[in-house]
Design a protein around this ligand. Structure first.
Ligand code: NIG
Ligand code: FE
Length: 387
């Protein structure tokens, strides 16, 4: 048994448990929380907090469940700052730059990739993220993809095989042959280290996969025991979202271009819509209509998509601020999407909320309320709290 810790002086606690506190965030003012063996064992008002072996006083700060960043591409080498600069003067994003990251990643040693991954995970933790999903997708050979998911597995259980990210240059014009590789030997090599399979379903990109190819990839992944997530409707209102819902994917990610039929499908199905507004910020594109999704009662998650091309931010607080300012979400909706929403997108019930029995993954703000995440954009208020 580890030592128990009582965290006191919590000015405002976000539990995401409407039964525990008020409003959809389940807020408790002047709260305390007891942690034992990495789990929450008690939550309630400070005045009735039980004793514990250790006491940590957070001095009136706000505490929330650590951010659940359910979409990130952290296993890569190289830099695409010049591509970003070109976009800011009008060059559109179409996924073509992914090939340059693939070349740099193949050339990197395991230790170089491991160091980059560790740096980004630490950067995330320093900004309040305590769960992160990590995708492969910059190797695109059997060995390079297997290495990527293996390295990802060293830092998180939420590992995703994304061999179907783009068609690599050596398979140009031979999509079917590449899909055979992805669904055959590459999947077999990656499945032992992967929980999820993902595909960049985007007929509008000359580099990505159409709906038929995406279906083949996802069905093969499911047959190999993986659960599904989809890069869907990023550049156009393609078939990705409806395919994700039809196949029972945990999440359809991006959702930038949606038809009414897409919104209806999400509302009727069990697939979470994950919005990634850092991508629209970093590609100078119109933002997804998160308001339309929320008003249709779709479960919405908010994630960074941290990657060297379309969005190189590791900051969930930045995404919360964008969600509020640019996508019509309320501060509470954005915080919920960044915590409970991400957990739903990963089908996790032990993170993204704080209640007896959940993981004690805590983020603390140098501020009295969750509202400050959007109210004070760009200010480093959030960090993971070690207890
Ligand atoms: O989620 N859209 C596809 N994949 C990534 C971008 C990868 C890259 O540009 O390197 C995304 O935006
Ligand atoms: Fe992505």
């Amino acid at each position: 048994m580890g030592l128990s810790t009582v965290v006191t002086g919590i000015g405002e606690l976000v539990t995401n448990e409407p039964a525990v506190g008020y409003g959809p965030l389940g807020l408790v003012q002047d709260a305390a929380l007891v942690v034992d063996d990495g789990r929450v064992v008690w939550v309630g008002p400070s005045a009735s907090a039980p004793d514990a072996d250790r006491r940590v006083d957070v001095g009136g700060r706000a505490v929330l469940p650590g951010f659940v960043d359910s979409h990130a591409h952290l296993v890569f080498a190289g830099d695409r700052a010049a591509e970003f600069e070109a976009r800011m003067t009008g060059t559109p994003y179409d996924g073509g730059g992914i090939a340059s990251t693939v070349a740099a990643t193949r050339a990197a040693s395991d230790d170089e990739l491991r160091a980059g991954l560790a740096r980004l995970v630490a950067e995330m933790r320093a900004q309040g993220t305590t769960t992160v999903e990590v995708k492969s997708g910059y190797g695109l050979t059997v060995d390079d993809e297997a290495r990527a998911v293996r390295l990802a597995r060293e830092v998180t259980p939420e590992t995703t095989f994304l061999g179907a990210h783009v068609v690599p240059p050596e398979y140009a014009g031979r999509v079917d042959a590449y899909v055979d590789l992805v669904t055959g030997p590459m999947l077999a090599a990656c499945a032992p280290s992967a929980r999820w399979i993902d595909v960049f379903c985007e007929p509008a990109s000359p580099h990505a996969f159409d709906g038929d190819a995406a279906r083949v990839v996802l069905e093969a992944g499911r047959a190999a025991g993986l659960d599904l997530r989809v890069h869907a409707n990023q550049l156009s209102a393609g078939p990705g979202v409806r395919l994700a819902v039809e196949l029972g994917a945990a999440s359809a990610d991006h959702c930038t271009h949606l038809t009414d039929a897409d919104v209806d499908a999400l509302a009727a199905g069990g697939t979470v819509a994950t919005v990634l507004p850092g991508v629209e910020f970093s590609t100078r594109s119109p933002y997804p209509d998160a308001r339309r999704l929320l008003d249709a009662d779709v479960t919405v998650a908010l994630a960074t998509d941290c990657n060297p091309g379309s969005c190189f931010t590791s900051s969930m607080p930045f995404c919360v601020a964008l969600a509020v300012r640019e996508m019509g979400m309320t501060p509470a909706e954005a915080v919920r999407a960044a915590t409970a929403g991400g957990a739903a997108a990963l089908r996790r019930t032990d993170v993204g909320r704080l209640a007896v029995g959940t993981r004690a993954d805590l983020a603390v703000l140098d501020a009295p309320s969750y509202r400050h995440l959007a109210y004070r954009p760009g200010v480093p208020l959030a960090r993971a709290l070690d207890v």
